[in-house]
Write a protein that binds this ligand. Sequence first.
Ligand code: ASP
Ligand code: MG
Length: 412
Amino acid sequence: MSLIVQKYGGTSVGSTERIKAVAERVIQARKRGNDLVVVVSAMAGETNRLFKLAHELSDAPNPRETDVLVATGEQVSAALLAIRLEALGYPTVSFLAHQLKIATDSNHGRAHIRSVESERVRQALGEGRIAVVAGYQGVDPAGDITTLGRGASDLTAVALAAALGADVCEIYTDVEGVYTADPNIVPGAKKLDRISYDEMLEMAGLGAKVLQIRSVELAQRYNVPLVVRSSFSDAEGTWVGQGDRSMEDILVSGVTLDQNQSKITIAGVEDRPGLAAKIFGPIAAAGIVVDMIIQNASADGRTDMTFTVARDDLRRAIELVKRVAGEIGAQGVRHEDPVAKVSIVGLGMRTHAGVAATMFRVLADERINIEMIATSEIKVSVVVNAKYGELAMRALHDAFLGGASNVVPEMV
Ligand code: ASP
Ligand code: MG
């Protein structure tokens, strides 16, 4: 008998029909003798709908009240699932965050979990009940409702699994697992049987939407095995867990594309200590995340600095940079055509040379110009003109994941 935490996303609980199907799945697992804790998201579209209502009434809705509002989505789906399970004769009890409790700081809209008290869940399980928990929400020290950030029902599930010492945390969604690339862009993308936390973290950070990134961090920290699978089929899904030696034989596990990047260049910056701090300080203070930065080798004591930000932040970033550029006597600020960041991720890069070189060769063969490069131990990212983002992704997927070429040949 195992303790299983299951999490169902918005499309999985998107209608009463879907909730009936979820209840069947929960019951199957229960019939196999497992203890079940089920975390639910709001019904598909509901959280967006609630945010929209708030914005119809205010340009800047009060954060505390917004959390009171948007947390209701999960309350509805938790109650509906519990109602269905009870109707089918399975003793069930639903919990909101303050009833457990899932304690957070007071950062409304993106609160951090401080602790999870799981006593009431344990008690319910001890009484033979199924526990259904509303995802995405918490409670702050004052007893006010908080939310944990968009997509954070995953985080609720992992936090509960960690607190309960669950055997597995199953994340049910509308795709069959983690893919080698977005199947909407790369038709040949394949579902992965397993992937390491490190790779999943990189992929989530690079735009793969299947798991919320903080939930992967937490799973890794507490060593909670995750399974991502579809609530619409019985396919096996993808295991996310500790990497092992055998996984290093795979050079590239995934190719990601982030089309939401913009590039800014400050030209003719004097090459002396303190200027990068002057440029990036105000940007950071404004809460704008800078992704990649390159500084050219200097000529005549001046250098160019190029960096990328999310497209939504472009206008604000340019205003800030123009101001600083004036102050420090830089020669100009320009922002270029939209760019895309294409990345390859794989544990095998730790131990095998030449992966980046192969990547550059593949892009060269497609005549795609590389504008920026960044690497980490298990990732290579390039920035290219946005027009070629999808082409780059397909070419790289073909080269690394199209056939057997991705597997390192046995060493002799
Ligand atoms: N309902 C929340 C959202 O849409 C949380 C979640 O679905 O994970 O962001
Ligand atoms: Mg989600």
